[in-house]
Design a protein around this ligand. Structure first.
Ligand code: BEZ
Length: 214
């Protein structure tokens, strides 16, 4: 097994650029990423049950992603013909259109670039990877699921909103945070800031764990 297969971008890295054939035509990733967040995700194979539920989940919530300035792009090691036939099949059967590009990664180029092949799970099918990439092209969040467990769309959207909230307000988000709940104010970096904090109206367990409403 080539060493490259084991490599994967890490949080904070620049998302590796690539050109690919997709169901929406040829695509250059960095062009696609320009000015918006991107969620790049892989599924093991077309015409398989869990994958069909997941892709339908992304498609039915595509308006929410759009409202969050986020583009979707799927991937599997299948041909364009298989992708198009699957898109057509699901639309006919359920009325759901996979309305985002799906990469036909037959040569495994993108799968290897993003460490989506985990050889002890499968040497030929990508695991269920999710890369959330910001508009500057940085990888901000990574999820990996095995072949037999579907992802949670609420969690994908929650983490996307958490990243955007953190960037906008310079705050951190606690366990199980959802929009509308209090956020964590970063700990003080100086004694003056600590004393200032004691006079604040933050909800505080102690000076290092303070929460506020946005
Ligand atoms: C599925 O999507 O159902 C699936 C795909 C590959 C292996 C196992 C399950």
């Amino acid at each position: 097994m080539e060493e490259q297969i084991y490599q994967m971008p890490r949080i904070g890295d620049t998302a590796p650029d690539f050109e690919a054939k997709t169901t929406h035509g040829p695509l250059n990733f960095s062009e696609y990423n320009k000015g918006s967040w991107v969620i790049l995700f892989s599924h093991p194979a077309d015409f398989t049950p869990v994958c069909t539920t997941e892709m339908s989940g992304f498609a039915t919530r595509s308006d929410e992603f759009k409202a969050l300035n986020t583009k979707l792009i799927g991937l599997s090691i299948d041909s364009i013909h298989a992708h198009v036939a699957w898109v057509n099949n699901v639309k006919k059967n359920s009325g759901v259109l996979f309305n985002f590009p799906i990469i036909a990664d037959i040569d495994m180029k993108v799968s290897k670039l993003y460490g989506m092949l985990q050889p002890n799970e499968s040497e030929t099918a990508t695991v269920r990877a999710v890369f959330i990439i910001d508009p500057t092209g940085k990888v901000r969040l990574i999820m990996y699921y095995p072949l037999n467990v579907g992802r949670n769309m609420d969690e994908i959207i929650r983490t996307l909103k958490a990243l955007q909230t953190s960037d906008k307000h310079a705050v951190a988000l606690p366990l199980n945070w959802v929009p509308g709940e209090k956020v964590i104010v970063p700990p003080p970096k100086t004694v003056d800031e600590m004393e200032e904090r004691e006079k604040s109206d933050y909800e505080m367990m102690d000076f290092y764990l303070a929460k506020k409403d946005l």
